[in-house]
Design a protein around this ligand. Structure first.
Ligand SMILES: NC(=O)C1=CN([C@@H]2O[C@H](COP(=O)(O)OP(=O)(O)OC[C@H]3O[C@@H](n4cnc5c(N)ncnc54)[C@H](O)[C@@H]3O)[C@@H](O)[C@H]2O)C=CC1
Ligand SMILES: O=C(O)CCC(=O)C(=O)O
Length: 486
């Protein structure tokens, strides 16, 4: 294992590692041991951002002029370098935001697979031939990059999310300015280094770290940034949408979820319990696709709860870097406090706490650990049943019919992911038809998306666009319809 470093991580602008003009840095700390500084990152200024945007703009013409396969070759090299540095990147991500090493290794492998997928995309078709009503003409579509794209990413998937935005942006010929979340910026600096070491031309990818308002807000408002892709909270997502709309920029938002799992009377209880525990508590519940509401048919409710409690009690909590920890800490003090507050609100609003609900005491390092928490909820209007918590908390609800289960599941401002556990094909099909969610999962946990498939939500979970797979092309390019007459 590598030693902990308190190195200064610089911005990456125009192919150079540079300090911010502010001469100030922010500490990125280990949430499993908050005294430990993982690294110092730049507290950047608007001036730093402007330089990055200028570099990206200058690099754009040459970059878009390369063939897709030439751009793809570079992404394959980045993937190969990341493979060599997998342990270092995963370990850094675990130290920075707390999820277990098994999870960050899996996530880094996923990042590498995404790079390879989009490297291959450079050789795939970009348009269609469409029959013209004029039989002497040729009509077809082609696609062009947007230009400079701004990427604003969260801390909960410090490797996969930045890569699933940057890789498609680059392969379709855009240049990028990225602002990673401060809680995971050291990890992204290590990823940016892989791009640099793969020989990406200067200015094609630029990283500027710092405050959400100054750098993130600056990206949203910058007149030279033609597209913004964001994952994070609903409040910030909406502010980005307003800024982008004011100046006619394209935007794509992936935001919250309050993802339901329906457990029908005929469900395989063992399978459902296993999926609920993984969906709700892996990554300490800090996924937009995490299982948050569990809606169980009354005929199996008691058996389901008994098994859920028994299995949840087996969860081992501790620093993600230790192989025997199954669940790490919340990613930051802010998250820790906000989850404890949500639990208290649940108690105050009359939900029945049946397991957990307290900080998990870590006498050695005072990490931000919280026990896996399960509430029984009779009133679906209380906050714990409606608001995204982003922590290890489940709201359990009992229903008398599948109609009621689907109504309850749909009674949410969000619509990202939803699962059902049943062996009954009629129930499955009804769920597929009626559930208002971008990701429909049958006999599978609510989290865990495949990189080659479209990802995104309905209602307030996204800007109604989709990321990943071929869907990424829709955001990162503009279509041109070409009519040619000889
Ligand atoms: N959908 C998802 O995957 C995520 C959802 N969240 C939700 O958001 C809550 C708060 O987490 P935060 O880290 O504070 O999320 P956030 O939305 O504040 O941060 C996400 C990214 O946006 C940037 N940002 C912050 N303010 C900005 C602004 N005014 N303009 C442009 N960019 C800005 C941040 O620096 C970060 O890079 C969580 O409890 C969770 O409910 C958070 C992270 C990921
Ligand atoms: O479930 C997943 O694998 C992806 C989740 C995600 O994109 C998120 O939490 O932001």
């Amino acid at each position: 294992m590598s030693t902990v470093t308190t190195a200064n991580y610089l911005n990456y602008i125009n192919g150079e590692w540079v300090e911010s003009t502010s001469n100030e840095t922010i500490e990125s700390i280990n949430p499993a041991a908050p005294e430990e500084i993982v690294g110092h990152i730049q507290l950047s200024t608007k001036e730093d951002l402007d330089k990055a945007v200028e570099a990206a703009k200058n690099a754009q013409k040459t970059w878009r002029g390369l063939s897709g396969s030439e751009r793809g070759e570079i992404l394959y090299k980045v993937a190969a370098i990341m493979e060599e540095r997998l342990e270092e990147i995963a370990e850094c991500a675990t130290r920075e935001m707390g999820k277990t090493l098994a999870e960050t290794k899996g996530e880094t492998k996923r990042g590498i697979a995404i790079l390879k997928y989009y490297a291959g995309e450079g050789m795939r078709k970009v348009g269609d031939v469409i029959p013209s009503t004029d039989n002497e003409a040729l009509m077809f579509t082609t696609r062009v990059p947007l230009g400079v794209v701004g990427v604003i990413t969260p801390w909960n998937f410090p490797v996969a999310i930045p890569i699933w935005k940057v890789a498609p942006a680059l392969i379709y010929g855009n240049t990028v300015v990225i602002k990673p979340a401060s809680e995971s910026a050291v990890t992204f600096a290590k990823i940016a280094k892989c791009f640099a070491d793969a020989g990406l031309p200067k200015g094609v990818l630029n990283m500027v770290t710092g405050s959400g308002t100054i750098v993130g807000g600056g990206i949203a408002a910058h007149p030279e940034i033609k597209g913004i892709t964001f994952t994070g909270s609903n409040a910030v997502g909406k502010s980005i949408a307003h800024e982008a709309m004011k100046r006619g920029a394209k935007y794509q938002l992936e935001m919250g979820g309050k993802n339901p799992v329906i457990v029908a009377g005929d469900a395989d209880i063992e399978l459902a319990v296993d999926a609920v525990i993984k969906g709700a508590f892996l990554s300490t519940g800090q996924k937009c696709t995490a299982t948050s509401r569990v809606i169980v048919e009354e005929t199996i409710y008691d058996r389901f709860i008994k098994k859920l409690i028994a299995e949840t009690k087996k969860i081992t909590i501790g620093a993600g870097i230790h192989a025997d920890s199954w669940m790490g800490p919340c990613a930051s003090e802010t998250q820790y406090k906000s989850v404890l507050q949500a639990i208290q609100t649940g108690i105050n609003e009359g939900a029945k706490l049946i397991l957990g609900g307290k900080p998990y005491e870590d006498k050695v390092n005072n990490g931000y650990f919280i026990e896996p928490t399960i509430f029984e909820v009779a009133d679906q209007n209380i906050a714990i049943a409606r608001e995204e918590i982003f922590g290890p908390v489940i709201a359990l609800m009992k229903v008398s019919s599948m109609e009621r289960a689907i109504d309850l599941a749909n009674d949410s401002a969000y619509g990202l992911s939803a699962s059902i556990f049943t062996g009954n094909i009629t129930r499955m099909l009804k769920f597929v038809q009626e559930m208002e969610a971008g990701l429909i999962r049958v006999n599978a946990e609510s989290a865990g998306v495949e990189l080659q498939a479209p990802f995104g939500g309905m209602k307030e979970s996204s800007s109604h666009s989709r990321e990943q797979g071929e869907a990424a092309k829709e955001f990162f390019t503009s279509i041109k319809t070409v009519f040619v007459k000889g």
